[in-house]
Design a protein around this ligand. Structure first.
Ligand code: HEC
Length: 249
């Protein structure tokens, strides 16, 4: 390296270091008041609330519940749990100590962009090592939220495995089992054109059971479009058109 190059190099380095220092101090400047833990766990697990969907910017229907356990898998009370995610996601509360059953419950509002949001719940073990749990939630755009509304109205009673009173008289009685729309392994293989065909004209349009009714007279083209965008948004594993994933920077 020539002397001149060296000088340029160290100048660039100094500028980079300065930039880095200011950006770091900026993120440290955010003061978060956190309670002091009275105990430490060895693992953090999800109790409930993952893989939900809600319209962008709105509260998830169920709270997210996580649990801190020790090495033996026994719940630990008094451990600190902190939640974080991409900007725009709001946790209420954002941190808390685990209760007597080792759990922390938080209400989550997703950000304003449609897509998947990765939430992180963390705790620290005895040696102050951070232990993280990742949870994914889905924010539905306007069209997808409309699709969900139509799904609740017309499709759920046969396509949802969850136990509801209606399910007993519908899903359980169907000889050919329809798939839940979250079942990406099946749904992702069906093209948009084929989805449009089976929803409009019923099961036989794809050589499937006639127990899948035709909806072409009940639903408009844009309704069917909305249902398809909803199906694509919630599939697990994600479809190619599932949209971006927003994670903590
Ligand atoms: C009366 C029960 C019933 C209702 C209501 C119903 N479906 Fe179905 N659907 C079925 C059955 C049964 C199948 C499986 C057909 C087969 O595999 O032969 C099916 C299959 C499908 C499939 C192909 C993937 C799969 O699950 O096998 C799609 C997509 C689908 N339905 C979409 C819809 C949409 C969208 C609605 C609401 C507008 C709806 N269905 C309402 C019974 C129903």
């Amino acid at each position: 390296m020539t002397r001149r190059n060296q000088a340029v190099f160290s100048l660039v380095f100094a500028v980079l270091a300065a930039l880095l220092a200011t950006s770091c101090s900026r993120s440290i400047a955010v003061t978060v008041i956190v309670p002091k833990p009275t105990a430490f766990g060895a693992a953090i697990v999800e109790s409930s609330g993952g893989k939900q969907s809600a319209q962008t910017g709105s509260l998830l229907p169920q709270p997210v519940v996580v649990q801190v356990n020790d090495e033996q898998g026994t719940a630990v009370a008094g451990a600190l749990v902190e939640f974080s995610a991409a900007p725009g996601v709001v946790f209420d509360p954002a941190n808390a100590l685990t209760d007597s059953s080792g759990q922390v419950t938080t209400n989550v509002s997703l950000g304003g962009m449609a897509g998947r949001y990765q939430l992180v719940a963390s705790t620290t073990d005895k040696s102050h090592k951070k232990i993280e749990l990742k949870i994914e939630e889905i924010a539905l755009g306007y069209q997808q939220a409309l699709g969900r509304h139509l799904n609740d109205q017309y499709c759920e009673r046969c396509h949802n495995l969850e136990s509801t009173v209606e399910r007993v008289s519908n899903y359980d009685n169907l000889e050919v089992k329809p798939h839940p729309f979250t079942e990406g392994d099946t749904l992702n293989k069906i093209s948009d054109a084929d989805l449009t065909a089976i929803i409009s004209h019923g099961g036989p349009a794809l050589g499937k059971s006639a127990l899948m009714p035709a909806w072409g007279n009940t639903l408009s083209k844009s309704d069917i479009q909305a249902l398809i965008s909803y199906i694509r948004a919630i599939s697990d594993p994600p479809s190619r058109s599932a949209g971006p994933v927003y994670a903590k920077n």
